[in-house]
Design a protein around this ligand. Structure first.
Ligand code: NDP
Length: 392
């Protein structure tokens, strides 16, 4: 039996992972973790006969204990308990907690030298260098789960990274891609929270419309594949059928195509290095008829220009960028700032942080990353508040 843990089991990626695990009879589920959705966590723990279920929140412990009473499943609560679950021996671990909370469990998982399927974007963006060093130190394997990075990873099988000229990540353009530029300032969270192709949570869907999601992915690709900023491109591709393109020195371009379903990249990571049958729709190109591509307009998507700044700055810029975009998004969802205020909030936070401390100095430990995250959130809060609607 293969021992498997899922961090963020109650979320979108976590549930897709459990859907795949449920179809197999060679899996022993070790740890499942969640946040506030206790009933979903308990249900999953029972259905998958998990050894332990962990909620990140102490005040959810009693409910989880009650839901799992008499099942023999261990129960725990708190951030430390989630990280400790990462130390439980497992052959494959899905890292799908959202946000900076995913960092510590991810590092714990890597420290046991196992295979970690990495969905948590924030790990690579805020602490890419540390994360890869931790994996190397313990002989752990990180497999990308973001669909674009899985696509690049698959296109690179058997290839030499030195022969790569460019990597292109595709972007649907999000829910506002057909809006006139002048109207974007009045877009609401509901407008931005509708995705044309992918079924995802509200935050990542709004990040798709603002292209902050793609900006995060560009930085992820820079960190994970070790490619310089100038080799990473973004192409608007409304159909979301081509997930990424890798161009080589001999003029060849390898593209990865497939239906927009996260169970493909998750399943690829689960079966890697083999391929196995997956319950995803098959791409019917004749039915699709056409594939469109366009260069992104940086006036419409300033987040992409900010990603470029982050890659060229290096050091702490990724941690500050991530924290600032989270705070800007919180303010937008709370309708305190407008859609087009988010990028200026991130830009100003980066520049204010740089005037206080060196942005180019890389954090030397996980604790330092988290301290920078806290400081940048506070700074971004001040910047966002100064732009709040009705602010003097
Ligand atoms: P969701 O919001 O759907 O799920 C997040 C998971 O994290 C839930 O299990 C949630 O628990 C848990 N969680 C929330 N807060 C905490 C906390 N403080 N400590 C521990 N656990 C917590 O996110 P997604 O599944 O969409 O995304 C997960 C990660 O994968 C993100 O980094 C995202 O950017 C990335 N990703 C997502 C993709 C997608 O298609 N959705 C695609 C590629 C990458 P609960 O719900 O119980 O509160």
């Amino acid at each position: 039996m293969r021992r498997v843990s899922v961090f963020g089991a109650t979320g979108s990626v976590g549930q897709s992972t459990l859907d795949l695990l449920a179809r197999r009879d060679d899996i022993q589920v070790v740890a499942l973790t969640g946040g506030r959705n206790v009933s979903r966590l308990a249900q999953a723990a029972i259905a998958h006969r998990a050894e332990i279920a962990v909620t990140a929140f102490d005040d959810c412990l009693a409910d989880l204990q009650a839901a799992l009473a008499g099942t023999g499943i261990e129960v725990a609560a708190g951030c430390e308990a989630v990280a400790e679950a990462g130390l439980r021996p497992a052959d494959w671990i899905m890292s799908a907690i959202v946000g900076a909370a995913g960092l510590a469990p991810g590092f714990a998982a890597l420290s046991q030298g196992t295979t970690v399927a990495l969905a948590n974007k924030e790990s690579l963006v805020t602490a890419g260098r540390l994360l890869l060093a931790e994996a190397a130190r313990h002989g752990a394997t990180i497999l990308p789960v973001d669909s674009e990075h899985s696509a690049v990873f698959q296109a690179l099988v058997g290839e030499d990274i030195a022969a790569v000229e460019t990597v292109t990540l595709t972007a649907s353009g999000g829910g506002l891609r057909d809006w006139p530029l002048a109207d974007l300032a009045r877009a609401t969270p509901d407008d931005a929270g509708k995705h044309p192709n992918w079924d995802m949570g509200q935050r990542i869907t709004i990040d798709s419309a603002s292209m902050f999601n793609k900006a995060m992915e560009v930085i992820e690709a820079h960190e994970f594949f070790g490619l310089p900023a100038e080799k990473i491109k973004v192409l608007i591709h409304p159909q979301s059928a081509v997930h990424a393109l890798v161009a080589f020195a001999d003029g060849a371009v390898m593209g990865h195509l497939g239906a927009p379903d996260m169970r493909h990249p998750i399943g690829y990571a689960l079966n890697w290095p083999a391929r196995a049958d997956l319950p995803v729709a098959r791409l019917d190109l004749a039915k699709l008829g056409r594939l469109d591509f366009a260069a992104p307009d940086l006036a419409r998507f300033p987040a992409l220009a900010l990603a470029d700044v982050v890659m060229r700055t290096g050091g702490a810029a990724g941690a500050v960028f991530n924290a600032a975009k989270e705070i800007a998004l919180d303010h937008f969802i709370a309708r305190k700032i407008g859609f087009t205020d988010m990028a200026p909030v991130v830009e100003e936070t980066l520049s204010r942080f740089a005037s206080r401390a060196s942005l180019t100095r890389s954090p030397g430990s996980l604790a330092e990353v988290l301290a920078m995250d806290t400081e940048a959130r506070q700074l971004a809060g001040e910047v966002a508040n100064s732009r709040c609607r009705g602010a003097a």
